[in-house]
Design a protein around this ligand. Sequence first.
Ligand SMILES: *[C@@H]1O[C@H](CO)[C@@H](O)[C@H](O)[C@H]1NC(C)=O
Ligand SMILES: [Zn+2]
Length: 532
Amino acid sequence: MADWRLLIIIAACWAAIRLAVGETHEPDPFLRRTLHVEPNKHLQHLATISDTEGSLARTFFSPAHRRAAEQIKSWMQDTGMETWIDAVGNVHGRIKASRDGTQAVLLGSHYDTVLDGGAYDGALGIIVGLAAVKGMLLTELVQRGWLDRLPPQPANDMDGDIVIPPTLASSLLTHGSVHLVAFTDEEGVRFQSTFLGSRAVAGTLLKYGMLSSRDRSGNSLEQVLQDEGGVTDPRVAVASLALDPTTISEYVEVHIEQGPVLESRGLPLGVVAGIAGQTRLWVQVNGTQGHAGTVPMRNRRDALVAAAELITAVEALCTLPEGEGGVPEEDNLVCTVGEVKVWPGASNVISGHTGFSVDIRSKTDSVRNDVVRQVLQTVDGTCHRRGVACSVDRKHDAEAVLSDPDVLRNMGAAASLAKPLLLAAFTQEEVQRSSGMLEGLQSVPVLVSGAGHDAMAIAERIPKMGMMFVRCRGGVSHSPLEYVEPEDVTASTAALAVYLWGRLAGSLDAESEAAASEAPVDSGSSKARDEL
Ligand SMILES: *[C@@H]1O[C@H](CO)[C@@H](O)[C@H](O)[C@H]1NC(C)=O
Ligand SMILES: [Zn+2]
């Protein structure tokens, strides 16, 4: 789909909703509830479903995890979806297109959390996905003049959510289906293995041998699926969960940024060019253990000091400016030593053995491999000079995953075109309070994800993938302090609704397309596309 199609659709939407912008501004009650009230209410509600009191924790197959699945399923039903929970606990919602032979846009994120986690990591992508589907359906109803086909709705949001009947929902999707999956486990808290849900859907869970991953009680995933999930043959059941990639047109995931870039630039939304590849090393330094009081300085072969020199060398290597042999900023190279083990670890003993981890990430695989090579050289040189014996173990490698350029471009265009929907969803006061955010939608930066996401697992089978990041306060995540402004939640919902509308609905006939194409288009959006 070309950008122009989105442009005319949104222009027509603007006309259809008949916004009274600038005069006495009244929000459209349906769009307000769907795009703004419901997603923010649902996020708060989901954050109360926890296994622990006073903090948030939902891990694989825990009581709160199962309650959350049921809750999400019921919200999916309100959205007009057919729903089911699969053998590993993924919650599925799908609306089939009214036309045969079309593919589905796959949406997803995860509903498990880390221990003492936040309300937005994972949950945001599910809730925003749901609200965007409902918002798209309502926009299409408005567009067709079909609002009277909705059954009677709760009078206001305190009485209940807007409910769209499945047959009506399906009749609105002429260009493709939509399939939303709330993934059961991404963080891997219980089995120490990430992407459990998305790998099941991608059909790679068995390949990675994840059925034999064990939890802290020593039970394998295979046993747990049998004992707690009532699955007779986990191997067969899991194999059957793989989606056929030919039935999916693209995968789209909305997620909090988990970093500070959007906030520092004052922008609510960004699109993700790719997810960085990663290498994890373990460097072992062996020196000579000795007495802190008796071994003279020049006779020492101190493993800890050699490690310290190496750690700062790694930092220096990865911080070099481009002009001085460093890599360009757009490669997003980051290197971290996060774990050090000192033996014997006493204040009066020269360390005989020190080991440390090195985590190297970059969007560009060749850059990452180059840095790994340089780290190996540095270790060789430094250890030789210091007379200590060193080894480097390459523990883990994951290649970078790049987003699909079309999905990226269309998501950026959708974000920069979301403003009319937001004006229809906000009160005058909210419009004023959000003026900076609304302005910020005209510029959609392209980011790189340093963290892994379900999109990474899905992309292994469905490479046509794209992600949208939402600004979060302080870039903080995996913490109860995680926070996204309600208006930013709504901005991502509106952006995704525009994207889905362009991809799946868009009832415009030739005549209204022609009329709409003459509508003036906000010049800001072409600027946004330049930035993309
Ligand atoms: C370092 O010491 C450990 C423990 O004695 C040993 O297993 C390892 O092989 C040594 N590594 C090197 C590079 O000498
Ligand atoms: Zn996440």
